[in-house]
Design a protein around this ligand. Structure first.
Ligand code: SF4
Length: 221
């Protein structure tokens, strides 16, 4: 059983970083590196919900080619946005939300993405996961974005014992050094997409198997 303390956590992160270096970068990391723009990160994150990463990447590129600012996005009609982001999941709903977000940013926030969690949570289609991601990746404000990968893998590892993402976020905030709050999302998303899959994780080739308690894992490869 792993005793999670700063030493073992940093060992875990070192190995996850080495693993990530061998993988295709996630769409959101690509957008972050390419643009350093909270607006682009927010838009890609909205597109990414319930959507495969490769689809999010292509959809984001098509939309940003048409509109790379709230002002330009607000000029598009919903059908144009929907066509650009298709086949992202719920593309019609997201098109409506993205247009509303652009209008709200222009009307209330001087055309800028607010760097406040409550203000972000007031935007259509933006939940805690997206708000934290924008704070972290967009503004470098420490926040832990807990998506399905972070929640699942944190529990399997035994880092946390929780039943929902909000509990996981709170438990990870207590456990992780603050400098790891932002990077842990991309590390675990990459790991979840490529190794620690939801239904059948690849435990036989896992680079962190000696650290993992494999809680709840009943089937693996
Ligand atoms: S040992 Fe298996 S369950 Fe644990 S992190 Fe690796 S792939 Fe996931």
């Amino acid at each position: 059983m792993t005793r999670w303390n700063e030493t073992t956590i940093r060992e875990l992160v070192t190995r996850l970083e080495a693993f990530r270096n061998r993988c295709r970068p996630t769409t959101l990391a690509t957008v972050e590196h390419a643009t350093r723009s909270p607006f682009h990160i927010l838009v890609s994150c909205v597109i990414s919900l319930r959507t495969k990463d490769e689809v999010t990447e292509a959809a984001s590129k098509r939309l940003f080619a048409l509109a790379s600012s709230p002002e330009e996005l607000a000029q598009l009609d919903e059908e144009e946005i929907a066509r650009a982001i298709y086949p992202a999941g719920f593309y019609n709903t997201k098109a409506r939300q993205l247009r509303q977000i652009a209008a709200i940013l222009i009307d209330r926030f001087d055309g800028k993405v607010p760097a406040l969690r409550d203000a972000l949570l007031g935007l259509p289609g933006v939940g805690r996961k997206t708000a934290n991601l924008v704070l972290g990746m967009g503004f470098q404000i420490p926040a832990i974005c807990v998506d399905t990968h972070v929640h699942r893998i944190s529990n399997r590892l035994g880092l946390v014992t929780t039943s929902n993402p909000v509990q996981t976020e709170q438990a990870l905030m207590r456990l992780l050094p603050k400098d790891l709050w932002i990077p842990i999302n991309d590390l675990l998303v990459t790991f979840g997409q490529n190794q620690c899959h939801p239904t059948s994780p690849r435990c036989s080739t896992c680079p962190i198997v000696d650290l993992c308690e494999r809680h709840g894992v009943t089937r693996s490869r």
